[in-house]
Ligand binder design. Structure first.
Ligand SMILES: Cc1cc2nc3c(=O)[nH]c(=O)nc-3n(C[C@H](O)[C@H](O)[C@H](O)COP(=O)(O)OP(=O)(O)OC[C@H]3O[C@@H](n4cnc5c(N)ncnc54)[C@H](O)[C@@H]3O)c2cc1C
Length: 259
């Protein structure tokens, strides 16, 4: 079974700036880490490979510095890793990100299963996985917390709001995983020694089937940020430091008719 795992580099700090003109994050020079949910997706892929054989390929759309998370994935056990990096891909919204990744995955090969994290900690939309599946024309299941291979496909247990639903999907298909699926392994020093300076494949738009630049990046995005600003802090507040806080809190709760 050949598995592709989508991983994204997210800022390792919440002190990031936004480009006022384009409304996108200024990622350059900001320390990055692998999106935590993608660690769960990668762990799932590695466990499936251990049980059923095959390969695990990881890929990310991002700046060249995103090679760091590919190396981390190698140290966890991924077989091959790709960074899809090209100035023309920058500033993509969900739609353009989903389209780019679908083209990128196609350019690498045929995969039985594509795994994504449930969401990222920066964009946080949880829409990229399903968008990739739509563009590839394959079935998908989101928020999956249990995944088993059965026959020609997978059984995926989805954590929906009020119910747990199990669906069977034939290969090829895409799954986005929840954090309780498996505990991710740590990158291993032994693996780091084994892989040495194993190369990371870096490729841009020239490797995609669709080379029309207007389908990618800011120009290929259906949405654009008009203005970014911090919310106005106009909430009234009082600080009580005289040791009589419980009585004061009770009086406020009564005044607001909470009690
Ligand atoms: C300041 C700011 C403004 C934004 N404004 C808009 C806007 O106006 N309209 C809009 O549509 N979006 C907007 N976004 C979202 C932004 O475009 C997203 O970061 C991008 O589309 C990826 O979506 P996501 O991070 O929400 O991914 P999610 O859908 O939350 O990610 C789910 C999974 O998809 C995979 N994945 C996601 N991105 C990548 C990647 N680059 N490479 C590999 N795998 C990936 C990972 O497996 C991830 O766990 C904004 C983001 C920011 C920070």
């Amino acid at each position: 079974m050949n598995i592709f795992v989508c991983i994204k580099q997210v800022p390792a700090t919440n002190k990031v700036q936004v480009d006022e003109k384009t409304g996108v994050l200024k990622r350059s020079g900001v320390a990055g880490k692998m999106n935590p949910y993608d660690l769960y997706a990668l762990e799932t892929a590695l466990r499936l490979r251990e049980k059923h054989g095959g390969t695990v390929t990881v890929g990310t759309m991002g700046p060249p510095q995103a090679q760091a998370i590919i190396r981390e994935a190698y140290m966890m056990g991924a077989d091959e890793g790709y960074v899809f990096s090209d100035r023309r891909l920058g500033g993509a919204d969900v739609l353009a990100t989903g389209y780019t990744l679908s083209q990128a995955i196609r350019s690498v090969g045929d995969f039985d299963l594509i795994l994504c994290g449930k969401q990222t900690t920066d964009g946080d939309t949880a829409q990229v996985g399903p968008a990739i599946a739509e563009y590839l024309g394959i079935p998908h299941a989101a928020w999956v917390s249990r995944l088993e291979v059965r026959g020609d496909g997978v059984d995926a247990e989805q954590q929906l709001q009020d119910v747990v639903e199990t669906v069977h999907m034939p290969f090829p298909c895409l799954v986005t995983v929840e954090q309780d699926i498996y505990m991710p392994r740590l990158p291993s020093l032994k693996k780091a020694r084994e892989i040495g300076d194993k190369p990371v494949h870096v490729q841009g738009l020239e490797s995609f089937l669709d080379q029309d630049e207007s389908h990618y990046g800011l120009t290929g995005s259906a949405t654009q940020v008009e203005r970014i600003f911090p919310p106005q802090d106009d909430t009234e507040h009082e600080v009580w430091e005289d040791g009589n806080s419980a009585e004061k809190l009770k009086a406020v709760l009564k005044r607001w008719k909470f009690i």
